[in-house]
Design a binder for this molecule. Structure first.
Ligand code: FAD
Length: 455
């Protein structure tokens, strides 16, 4: 780890150590490129590990366990009312995150990726300055700075009792009443957690359906379950005013919710996320952004500046970790001069890319292509580290057909937040090195199922 004042040259600098950034850095290093990763927090994992997928799925596991215990009554088995020790629950969740963070650090060290802590900004299209004094001159850069929660337009998040997803995942307390603003997957997941822990949850959504953009047939069972679990779900409803009153928050609504003025102990705002592009110095490069600040890229994640790539949340929807990881690999392979690669496969999964086709093509580096990478990179680009050459069978534990169930390897009800196509890309890591996929967060009793997991 590099700190303080330094000057350095790198073939690849990655800005941001979330799932997109670390997947890109690991792949670039596996392909033999001298790679530096700069992260503002100085740790690998990003929103997903510290403030997103992993803590939320760990807590959803707890919610499912509580739900199962309650439902067991119908089977003639009665448990006592659970007593929730919030401090212990918080410590367990934080322990899950910490273990995975340490695993990523080990993978980073093993690959020789240099991790630089600090906020990075572009000085120009060839140089990145790292807060605290460092400067890195790069041949290629990958922007993977992610996204952050969007505040409620005009109403703000900076008031007591109003939380974003990060604050909600910190489990400050279990409020008696909670208003969730936003019926996307983040609002639904966190509302489910708090409802299971004992809060009375009311959810309002501006559009006329939960999970906007998702197939309505898939949403229907989620909507049914949510209606059972929450005190109220109001669609087509807008929050127009928030005011602190008597230690709570009074909220005025326009739409379907009655009464139109209600008080809550806490409010969770989950109305979307915005890209972390402001303050990056992109104006000093050739990189273009759209009207909402997302970086414009082509299918190989190239921006309008030929030296700079962008991946993950910062480069647009869908804002999901497995999409960020895949794009990270696409960008690293494009930089290494590999033809095609993962970009040639459909984003939603589909058939694995036939590596034979990739190998059969002329390699541009042999023809004196622009991006020279050491020869060992080709050697290393083999499917799935250990089982090279072995055809996969149904039930194969390592990414074969039996792994297509969403990562339920520890039993039918074990859950992985990242769908399997993120792991079935046919691109193994460096020989002998473990790959960077997240293991599923440990469940409280080893076997839990997601109460509601849509991410
Ligand atoms: C509550 C919640 C639950 C979620 N659940 C799921 C799920 O189940 N499945 C799923 O696929 N996705 C889920 N997501 C979405 C997922 O977390 C994101 O899509 C994913 O983290 C995006 O990865 P990324 O690499 O693009 O960026 P991020 O994970 O946002 O990482 C960006 C990194 O860049 C760093 N950074 C920012 N600016 C700078 C800078 N200037 N210089 C250096 N470093 C910088 C940050 O410190 C951070 O570490 C969830 C999100 C939330 C909030």
């Amino acid at each position: 780890m590099v700190m303080g004042d330094f000057e350095r040259d790198a073939q690849v600098v990655v800005l941001g150590g979330g799932p997109g950034g670390y997947a890109a850095a690991f792949r670039a290093a596996d392909l033999g490129l001298d790679t530096v990763l700069v992260d503002a927090g100085g740790r690998l994992g990003g929103e997903c590990l510290f403030r997103g997928c992993i803590p939320s799925k760990a807590l959803l596991g707890v919610a499912a366990l509580l739900g199962d215990a309650a439902r067991a009554k119908g089977l003639g088995i009665e448990f006592a009312t659970p007593r929730i020790r919030l401090e212990a629950l918080r410590a367990w969740k934080d322990g899950v995150v910490e273990r995975l963070a340490k695993g990523l650090e080990a993978l980073c060290r093993a690959r020789g990726v240099e991790l630089v802590p600090g906020r990075a900004t572009f000085e120009d299209g060839r140089t990145v300055r790292v807060e605290g004094g460092g400067r890195i001159r790069f041949r290629q850069a990958i922007v993977a700075t992610g996204s952050r929660p969007t505040p409620l337009p005009g109403l703000g998040l900076e008031r007591p009792g109003v939380m974003d997803s990060e604050a909600a995942l910190a489990l400050p307390e279990i409020p008696r009443s909670l208003l969730v603003v936003g019926g996307g997957y983040i609002g639904l997941e966190l509302g489910t957690v708090y409802a299971a822990l004992g809060s009375e949850v009311t959810l309002v959504e501006l559009t006329d359906g939960l999970l906007p953009g998702v197939d309505r047939d898939l949403v229907a069972p989620v909507a049914r379950r949510t209606a059972e679990l929450f005190k109220a779900v109001a669609l087509g409803t807008k929050v127009v005013e928030l005011a602190e009153r008597d230690g709570g928050i009074e909220v005025r609504f326009e739409g379907a919710l009655e009464p139109a003025r209600q008080s809550f102990e806490r409010v969770l705002v989950a109305v979307g996320r915005q890209p972390n592009t402001d303050g990056l110095g992109l104006e000093r490069t050739g990189v273009g952004v759209d009207g909402r600040g997302f970086i414009l890229v082509d299918e190989r994640r190239r921006t309008q500046d030929p030296r700079i790539y962008a991946i993950g949340d910062v480069a647009g929807e869908p804002m999901l970790a497995h999409k960020a990881m895949r794009e990270g690999k696409v960008a690293a392979e494009a930089i290494a001069g590999r033809p095609g690669g993962p970009a040639e496969r459909p984003a939603g999964g589909g058939r694995p890319f036939p590596l034979e086709r990739l190998r059969a093509r002329p390699d541009p580096r042999e023809a004196g292509g622009a991006h020279q990478a050491p020869d060992r990179s080709r050697e290393q680009a083999r499917p799935r580290g250990g089982d090279r050459g072995r055809p996969r069978r149904r039930g194969d534990r390592r990414g074969g057909a039996g792994d297509r169930d969403g990562g339920h390897r520890g039993g039918p009800r074990r859950h992985n937040p990242h769908p399997p196509h993120a792991r079935r890309d046919g691109h193994g890591g460096r020989r002998g090195l473990p790959r960077e996929r997240h293991p599923p967060p440990p469940s409280p009793l080893r076997r839990v199922r997601p109460a509601l997991s849509l991410g």
